[in-house]
Design a protein around this ligand. Sequence first.
Ligand SMILES: *Cc1c(COP(=O)(O)O)cnc(C)c1O
Length: 377
Amino acid sequence: MMNIPFVDLQAEYKALRAELDTAVTQTIASGWYILGAEVSAFEAEFASYIGVEHTVGVASGTDAILLGLRALGVGPGDEVITVAHTAVATIAAIELTGATPVFVDIDPDTYTLDPALLPAAITPRSKAIIPVHLYGHPANLDPILAVARQHKLLVLEDCAQAHGARYRGKMVGSFGDAAAFSFYPTKNLGAMGDGGAVVTRHDEVAERLYALRQYGWQQRYVSSTAGYNSRLDELQAALLRVKLAYLDGMNAARRRLANEYAQALAGLPLTLPGERPFAHHVYHLYVIQTDRRDALRAYLHARGIGTAIQYPMPVHRQPAYHHLGYPAGSLPVTEQIAARILSLPIYPTLPAAHLTGVQEAIHTFYNTQPVSVCSNR
Ligand SMILES: *Cc1c(COP(=O)(O)O)cnc(C)c1O
């Protein structure tokens, strides 16, 4: 029996413990906890990292999408085109603006929005497109941006799983009218609590975001619009500043691990993740596909190996979203892969012995387990 967790946030902490502890202690000692020097410094550093003018820290990735859409002017009566193969947060945020999510299917090679299906989804009410750079692989942005330009649609990138990923050499998050990031602890850039940010190159969008995140204030105690309380706090910003300096190194470690998985698992009846020529993948998740997903998962769990499924039920099939009117079979690629995907452990400090342990267990599964006659496909 092995003990190979799917993710180990304690190990991540230990790797940077001295710097993280100092950041926390100094912030607490400063006596300033909300919207101060740490948030401002992080916002400037993250904007410069992504290559955009503005970063506005908010309370979560969900809020980053919600406030980002609102700052772009999306609201009731509008349609926002996106995918159902994503974290439910993408869809929840669209509905919170009062707009209606419209789904298109995904490209099975990248697990991201299939640009060829976009034109058919456009109606007179279409207002924006949200490409999701899922698992750390960028969506194919050029054709998406071309459709957006042609139909005068806004683009908000969901970068919650893609900090540091690049499309044709440029950071994701720098292409759309705005982009949303999450700093949920397990993300490639993770806080120690909730956090998020919207990045944008438009000054007026940033101004609206500064107001929206704090009661709609343009000036203290005077709300110029109906806003929220959605602030990134000083402690999280201080921690994120420490980790941002290591993000490229941590992403490089993820890429090395992905490469080792790819070599070790080649030749097995598995679909391994690919990297399109336009992509610099940052492997937030290492997702494989197999006909025998549930059996493989149970086998690994019985041996103490943690795995996950991101995501087992596409958003359009979840009870909260039946009202959107997408019956079973309406997004065939999304639905097919949901039954076949499995995420293997991948995080920057994953010990070599764990990597080998997962690889060996998968090989053993395929060599010794009889293929079941009645598999799920
Ligand atoms: C994590 C995630 C979100 C939501 O972020 P939170 O910080 O948890 O609110 C949105 N979209 C995607 C694709 C995500 O992975």
